[in-house]
Write a protein that binds this ligand. Structure first.
Ligand SMILES: [Zn+2]
Length: 229
């Protein structure tokens, strides 16, 4: 369906809905506390729900109308400008887009991690878990660090978890975790490949990839054998 006909249909549906809402809200039965009034109030709630659903489909491209209290409302769906919508509407077919690629946007150091957080959002997508966290510079929350007045740098963190394997992207590293580090356990050793003896390297099913000019292009890790869960 092209977007023009979608817009027209949406406009028509909303107009109809607003007429129904007006009709219900002005019904004379509402003046008394009767079973009928309660039924009408119930219907009004249902219509409001339908309004919310239709408004999610609106791209708010039809312009804004000034309200008396200085706010503006979308001319098509009546959504107040700048109000955060509680739900998202995603198409079943095709590519789904949620948000934009946010990057840290402040030089200022925020007092704590929460205040510095621009985005922290997680989606479970067909069994793969994805989390994006974008942080401005902030003071460390940990008491030890705070005593020493440590500042945590701005960062964009992306974590993906699939089948027990985690991949984490930050400003400087791509980290792959095949085996979760448990609390209280000793943290894993870290070494550059060139530092390790051949004998030890044989334990690691990793292939480094590079091109003709010997530029590093990536790596392949063979998944460890896992008993099916
Ligand atoms: Zn709208």
């Amino acid at each position: 369906m092209n977007s023009k006909s979608t817009d027209a249909r949406l406009k028509r549906d909303l107009r109809r809905l607003f007429r129904s809402m007006d009709f219900v809200s002005r019904h004379p039965a509402l003046k008394r506390d009767t079973a009928e009034a309660r039924r009408l109030a119930e219907i009004y709630q249902q219509l409001a729900l339908a309004w919310e659903f239709l408004a999610l489909q609106c791209k708010h491209r039809g312009g804004w109308r000034k309200l008396r209290d200085g706010e503006s409302a979308c001319k098509v769906c009546g959504t107040i400008r700048g109000v955060k919508e509680q739900c998202l509407l995603l198409p079943r077919e095709g590519k789904k887009t949620i948000g934009r690629r946010a990057l840290p946007n402040s030089k200022r150091t925020f007092p704590n991690r929460k205040a510095a957080t621009m985005v922290n959002d997680t989606i479970d997508f067909h069994g793969a878990k994805l989390n994006v966290e974008v942080l401005n510079p902030h003071r460390s929350n940990s008491r030890w660090f705070r005593k020493h007045d440590w500042t945590i740098a701005a960062d964009r963190l992306v974590r993906l978890e699939e089948g027990g394997i985690g991949v984490r992207f930050d400003s400087h590293l791509v980290t792959v975790e095949l085996r979760k580090h448990k609390r209280g356990e000793m943290p894993p050793y870290s070494h550059f490949v060139s530092e390790l003896p051949r004998k030890l390297l044989k334990n690691f099913p990793v292939m480094l990839q590079f091109d003709k000019r010997r530029r590093f292009t990536g790596l392949v890790i063979f998944k460890p054998d896992r008993k099916a869960k």
